[in-house]
Design a protein around this ligand. Structure first.
Ligand code: PLP
Length: 465
C-alpha cells in the first residue's frame, strides 16, 4: 500500500500540484506558485472541460492550433497505429520513416511554387530558427558569410527560443532575457486599421515600403540574408497590413537578392481558408514557408520549413566538399507519430473540405464580431476569416495602458465565467476558433462576448475597474 506521503501527494488537487511544480510558458512570475492553473481535463469538438467539470467553448483553438476539433477518433487511431508499428527511429543522415517521407511529398504538392524540399522540425520556433540558419548557410556557402543579417518587424511573433524571441518584436515580451541584436533588425509594425487610421492604405503602404528600402540601404543589401514575416501578424494582435504590402515587400526583397521567409504557422492550414495563404491570398512567392500548429491539428508537436528547389539545389551544390554535412535538426524532427497524424489531418481536411468551410463561415464570423464595434469600450474589431481580435479601451488613450488592459481582463474573465475561452493579450481579446466552428457556435461566441463587454462597460462606468 502507498505510504502516507504518497497518499497525500496523490490526493492533492491537480491545480495545486501544478502551482507547486510547473513553470509555464509566459507564466506571471509575480504569482508563481500561488495561482492555481485552469486544468483542462477533457475535450470534444469545439468544447473543453476543466478538472472541476465546467465546459467551455474554446474560441482560442487551443493556441491557434486545434483546427479539426478535439476528440477525433481517426487522428487518435493514426497516432496509435504508428506508435504500435514503429514509434520512433532516428531521422538523422539518410535514415527516414514512411510517414515523414509521405508527408513531405504531400506538403510539396499543397504548397505554392517550387517549395518541394521539406525540413521537418518539432514546432514553429525550431522551424523558424532552422529557416534563418538555412538562409545564412545558403549565402555563406556562396562565399558571402557577411550576408547574415535578418529583417523582422515590430509586433512580430516567431517563437520562444533565443533567436526566435530576438526576431519577435512584441514589446510586452521584451524583458530581462537577452536578445540577439547584432544581426537582427526590426522594421515598423505593418498593422493598418482602415476604421481607425487617419491616412489612406496606399499612403501607409508607401510609408512602410520606403522605410524598408531605406533600412536595406542602411544595412547594405549585400549583408542581408532574409526577411521573415507573418502574412497577418497573429500573436502581435491580429495585425493586417495595408492591401498589397505582402507582395510588395516580397518583390523588394527579391530586387535586392534577399530571401523571403513566410511564417505561416498561424495563417496556414486553413485558418484563412487555404492550406497556404502566401500565394493565393497575398500573391507571395516565398523562398521558404514555415508551418506548424494546424499541420497536425495540434494533436502532436510538429513543424516544417518548406524550401524552394532553387535553394535546396544551391545548398547541395555549394556545400564545402570536405564538410558537406547539414548540421541542423533535432532528435524528434519529423517524428513518425506526428507525421502520421499530420497525414491523417490533411486527409480529413481534404475530405471534409475544411478550407471551403472556413471560406464560407470566416466572413460571417468577422461580420458578426464587427457588429460589436458600436460598444463604448470597443476601440476596434479586426481580423480575417478565423483569426480576429477585439481591442478594448476606456475611451481615453489608445493601446495597452493599465486601464485598457484591466478592462480587457474583465471581459476575459466574464467570458470565462459564462463558458467561453478567449485569449487575453494586453488590451485585446484574441479569437481563433477551431476551423470546424459552425454558424450557431459563432453566434454563441459573439453573444457571450457581447454580454461580457456590456458587463465590463457597466463595471467601468460604476468605477469598479
Ligand atoms: N510563428 C508564429 C507566427 C507563431 O504564432 C508561433 C507560435 O505561436 C510560432 C512561430 C512558434 O511556434 P511554436 O510555439 O510551435 O514554437
Amino acid at each position: 500500500a502507498p505510504d502516507k506521503t504518497t497518499q497525500k501527494l496523490q490526493s492533492r488537487p491537480v491545480p495545486r500540484i501544478d502551482a507547486r511544480h510547473v513553470l509555464h510558458p509566459w507564466a506571471d512570475l509575480s504569482s508563481l506558485g500561488t495561482q492555481d492553473a485552469l486544468v483542462i481535463h477533457s475535450a470534444k469538438g469545439v468544447r473543453v472541460r476543466d478538472s472541476a467539470g465546467k465546459s467551455y467553448l474554446d474560441a482560442i483553438g487551443g493556441m491557434w492550433c486545434m483546427t479539426l476539433g478535439y476528440g477525433r477518433e481517426e487522428l487518435a487511431e493514426a497516432m496509435a497505429d504508428q506508435a504500435r508499428q514503429m514509434a520512433y527511429y532516428t531521422p538523422f543522415g539518410d535514415v527516414s520513416s514512411e510517414p515523414a517521407a509521405r508527408l513531405a511529398e504531400k506538403l510539396a504538392k499543397l504548397s505554392p511554387g517550387d517549395l518541394n524540399r521539406v525540413h521537418f522540425t518539432t514546432c514553429g520556433s525550431t522551424a523558424v530558427e532552422s529557416a534563418i540558419r538555412i538562409a545564412q548557410y545558403h549565402f555563406a556557402a556562396q562565399g558571402q558569410p557577411q550576408r547574415r543579417h535578418v529583417l523582422s518587424r515590430i509586433n512580430a511573433y516567431h517563437g520562444g527560443t533565443y533567436l526566435t524571441q530576438s526576431l519577435s518584436g512584441k514589446s510586452a515580451d521584451r524583458t530581462l532575457f537577452h536578445y540577439e541584436a547584432e544581426f537582427v533588425h526590426h522594421l515598423s509594425s505593418p498593422g493598418y486599421d482602415p476604421d481607425r487610421s487617419n491616412i489612406s492604405a496606399e499612403a501607409k503602404l508607401q510609408e512602410l515600403l520606403s522605410e524598408m528600402e531605406a533600412e536595406i540601404a542602411r544595412i547594405g543589401p549585400e549583408n542581408i540574408a532574409c526577411f521573415i514575416a507573418e502574412p497577418i501578424m497573429a500573436s502581435g494582435g491580429v495585425l493586417t497590413p495595408p492591401e498589397g504590402y505582402q507582395k510588395a515587400t516580397c518583390d523588394l526583397c527579391h530586387k535586392y537578392g534577399i530571401l523571403y521567409i513566410s511564417d505561416e504557422v498561424v495563417t496556414g492550414f486553413g485558418r484563412l481558408g487555404y492550406f497556404f495563404a502566401s500565394d493565393v491570398r497575398f500573391g507571395l512567392a516565398p523562398d521558404m514557408i514555415i508551418t506548424a500548429k494546424g499541420l497536425s491539428s495540434g494533436y502532436q508537436p510538429l513543424g516544417a520549413v518548406l524550401i524552394s528547389d532553387r535553394i535546396a539545389t544551391a545548398l547541395a551544390r555549394n556545400a564545402p566538399a570536405d564538410k558537406p554535412v547539414f548540421s541542423n535538426g533535432f532528435t524528434y524532427s519529423g517524428h513518425p507519430v506526428a507525421c502520421a497524424v499530420a497525414l491523417a489531418n490533411i486527409e480529413i481536411m481534404e475530405r471534409e473540405n475544411i478550407c471551403g468551410h472556413v471560406r464560407d463561415v470566416g466572413p460571417y464570423f468577422i461580420d458578426k464580431l464587427r457588429a460589436l464595434r458600436g460598444k463604448d469600450i470597443v476601440y476596434t474589431v479586426r481580423g480575417d476569416h478565423l483569426m480576429a481580435c477585439v481591442e478594448c479601451w476606456t475611451g481615453e488613450e489608445v493601446g495597452p495602458t493599465a486601464a485598457n488592459m484591466a478592462l480587457a481582463q474583465r471581459v476575459d474573465s466574464y467570458c470565462q465565467e459564462a463558458g467561453l475561452l478567449v485569449r487575453p493579450y494586453e488590451n485585446l481579446c484574441i479569437l481563433s476558433p477551431p476551423l470546424i466552428i459552425t454558424r450557431s457556435d459563432i453566434d454563441r461566441i459573439v453573444a457571450i462576448l457581447s454580454e461580457a463587454l456590456d458587463r465590463a462597460e457597466a463595471d467601468q462606468k460604476a468605477g469598479k475597474i
